[in-house]
Each structure stands twice: as structure tokens, then as C-alpha cells.
Write a protein that binds this ligand. Structure first.
Ligand code: DCP
Ligand code: MG
Length: 354
């Protein structure tokens, strides 16, 4: 049985801004965006009371919360704090899998400090983070990644939620389906239509029935519902895709605007590919419409995509496959996957005994 901790910083960017500028403390703030344009990267908990959230257009945010203060984002500082918390994690175990700057899984089944209780260890991690960064984190402790991840979100901010083995099934049974990690808005809606509202409902379904309705994902839904999540905490999680996307201040309608924006995003993806020294064979275009419906179109080619011209050509080909008439676009994205480059795998580490 594994002991997994998931740690996620509270209102990460916003908390850092409030830490570094006392005038912002206790106030509803948004990082990213501005009074007139852009989208909110994150909001302080004071702002969330007004219904301001990540990825919300600034104008909407300001309407919901007129006293909202917009603070520019300081990526270098966030990266620095991220490094700081990772250093703390690595003091306890090498099995640290960061999911983003502000969250990570830790496998503490056996740890450097010989702390047998994962709960005590999580508490200690939270205290260390608090002391060394003056920021709060929330922690989830359980027997697999799925449960730990959901648990860390359960009592945010500054929460510590433990789901011990004997509570795993009741916890899942009571969990609303829209809270399941990996179940998006669209799937949740579909599940509701099929009278699946929580884990207990989900557990009534056979794997075959789930696959019939949800395709391959049915496997995953079945497994997590039955506490079968053996995914290891992978310290060298290999990047599988690389991309960029953009949410627009106002929805795009005109073809000209759509192509211009897509071209800009293609340039950004190309920059990132060059920086990461990555080429790949699959290109995916993602489009989100004004009604939040989302589609993706992919193409896989034989020869690696390694130039802007090739990437742009494929992106346009994919866009042509989409019927854009009468549609308004709020987000465009391009992703490259199916890499052919050797980012080195260090999966050997997983086999090592403690
Ligand atoms: N972020 C972003 N754009 C998004 C979502 C997040 O730029 N659409 C950035 C800002 C967040 C950080 O990533 O501060 C971490 O994301 P989280 O989802 O963990 O959100 P927060 O840490 O801000 O809040 P909390 O975890 O307390 O819900
Ligand atoms: Mg967070």
C-alpha cells in the first residue's frame, strides 16, 4: 500500500503578490489581466467570494467584483518560490512529481526522515512551506494519486485532508461526479443525464457499460471508482506534448482574425519547440466556442514537424476541417505531440529500492 501526498499552494500567484505587498493583503486581487483586457490567471480568496476565478476574462471579473485590484504577473518570482517548495519536498523523498509550479505528488511510503505517518509528514511539509515561504499550501493524503489530489482540494485554503484506506470507498461514494479529477464539465453533464451523480452511482456501472458510453475513458472511470489507481509517482515525468493557447478578450468571428491569431500561436509553439529542442509528428488544434463547447482536430504526419512553415501549414489544414460559419471563438490552441526526440527517461529510478 502506498502513501501519497498531494500538495497544492493556495491562490499561488495571488498569495505571493499579497505576501510581497502588504497593501494588497485582505483585498480582492487578480493576477494577470488588466481593467480592460486579458484573462485572470488567479484570484485571491477575497476575490473568489465574488465569483472571480482563473481564466475568467478581466472584464467579467471586474463586473463581478468592482473593487478588484489587478496586479501584473511576475513569472520569475513564482518560479523561484516553486523551486523553494520543491527543495523542501526533496528533503523527504526523491519521488516528487510536480504537476505545475504550485503542485506536486510525493510518494512517502518510505521517506528520508523515517516518518511513518503520512499525515504527520504532510503537516510538517505544510509548516515548512509556511515558515520558509510565508505562504500556505493545502495537502491531501491517501493511498493513490487520484484520492490524494482530490483530498488536497477538499478543504482549501490551508487544508489537510486525509483519506485513509478504510475510508477510500465511502469517500468516493460520497464524491460528486463533477469533482472527480479527469471528469470534465461535458462528461459530468453526460453522467448526470445517465443518473450518475456521485461515486456511489458510478460504482454501480460495469466497466463494459462505461466503455460503451464513454469510450476508452470508461476504463479510467471504472478504475478510480473502485480505488484501482496504481499510477506511480513519477519523478521524471516525461513531457508528452508541448503547446500554447490563447483566450480572447472578445470572441473572434472574422476569418481574418482567426487566422492571424492562429498564426501568432503557431509562432509561440515554434519558439517553445526550439527552446525545448523538440520536434514531433502530431499537431492538434483546439477550439473553444463562445458557448464553451470545445473541439480538437489532429493530424499525424510521417516526417517530423520541425519548422514554422510546416507547423503553420498543418495548423491551417486542421482549421479548414472545422465549420467556422456563424461560430464565435473564445480560445484557440495548438499542441505538438508524438515527439521523436530523446528527452531522457529516468524511469530506472522507479525500480530502485529505498
Ligand atoms: N494559473 C494560470 N491560469 C489558469 C490556472 C492557473 O495562470 N487558468 C496559474 C495561477 C495560479 C497557479 O497557476 O496561481 C496555480 O493554479 P491553481 O489551479 O493551483 O490555482 P491557485 O493556486 O491560484 O488556487 P488554489 O489552488 O488555492 O485553488
Ligand atoms: Mg494552487
Amino acid at each position: 500500500m502506498h502513501k501519497i501526498i498531494h500538495i497544492d499552494m493556495d491562490a499561488f500567484y495571488a498569495a505571493i503578490e499579497q505576501r510581497d505587498n502588504p497593501a494588497l493583503r485582505g483585498k480582492p486581487i487578480a493576477v494577470g489581466g488588466s481593467e480592460r483586457r486579458g484573462v485572470v490567471a488567479t484570484a485571491s480568496y477575497e476575490a473568489r467570494k465574488f465569483g472571480v476565478y482563473s481564466a475568467m476574462p478581466s472584464l467579467t471579473a471586474k463586473r463581478k467584483c468592482p473593487s478588484l485590484v489587478f496586479v501584473p504577473s511576475r513569472a520569475a518570482v513564482y518560479r523561484e518560490v516553486s523551486k523553494q517548495i520543491r527543495e523542501i519536498f526533496f528533503e523527504y523523498t526523491d519521488l516528487v512529481e510536480p504537476l505545475s509550479l504550485d503542485e506536486a505528488f510525493l510518494d512517502v511510503t518510505s521517506n528520508e526522515k523515517q516518518i511513518a505517518s503520512a499525515t504527520l509528514l504532510a503537516r510538517e511539509l505544510k509548516e515548512r512551506i509556511r515558515k520558509e515561504t510565508k505562504l500556505t499550501a493545502s495537502a491531501g493524503v491517501s493511498i493513490n494519486k487520484f484520492l490524494a489530489k482530490i483530498a488536497s482540494d477538499f478543504q482549501k485554503p490551508n487544508g489537510l485532508t486525509v483519506v485513509p484506506p478504510e475510508k477510500a470507498v465511502p469517500f468516493i461514494e460520497a464524491l460528486p461526479i463533477e469533482k472527480f479529477y479527469g471528469v470534465g464539465k461535458v462528461t459530468a453533464k453526460k453522467m448526470h443525464k445517465l443518473s450518475v451523480y456521485n461515486g456511489a452511482d458510478l460504482r454501480q456501472w460495469t466497466k463494459e457499460k462505461l466503455i460503451r458510453h464513454f469510450g476508452k475513458s470508461g476504463n479510467y472511470y471504472f478504475d478510480i471508482a473502485h480505488v484501482q489507481d496504481e499510477r506511480p509517482v513519477n519523478p521524471a515525468r516525461i513531457r508528452k506534448s508541448l503547446g500554447a493557447e490563447r483566450t480572447f478578450r472578445s470572441d473572434l468571428v472574422a476569418d481574418q482574425d482567426i487566422y492571424t491569431s492562429l498564426k501568432g500561436i503557431t509562432e509561440e509553439v515554434m519558439r517553445r519547440m526550439e527552446k525545448a529542442n523538440i520536434t514531433g509528428k502530431t499537431v492538434t488544434v483546439k477550439i473553444k466556442f463562445s458557448d464553451f463547447r470545445q473541439i480538437t482536430r489532429s493530424i499525424t504526419v510521417d516526417k517530423v514537424v520541425n519548422s514554422f512553415d510546416k507547423l503553420w501549414e498543418l495548423a491551417q489544414t486542421l482549421l479548414l476541417k472545422v465549420d467556422l460559419d456563424t461560430k464565435q471563438i473564445r480560445l484557440l490552441g495548438i499542441t505538438l505531440s508524438n515527439f521523436d526526440t530523446g528527452e531522457i527517461s529516468t524511469s530506472e529510478q522507479l525500480e530502485m529500492e529505498f
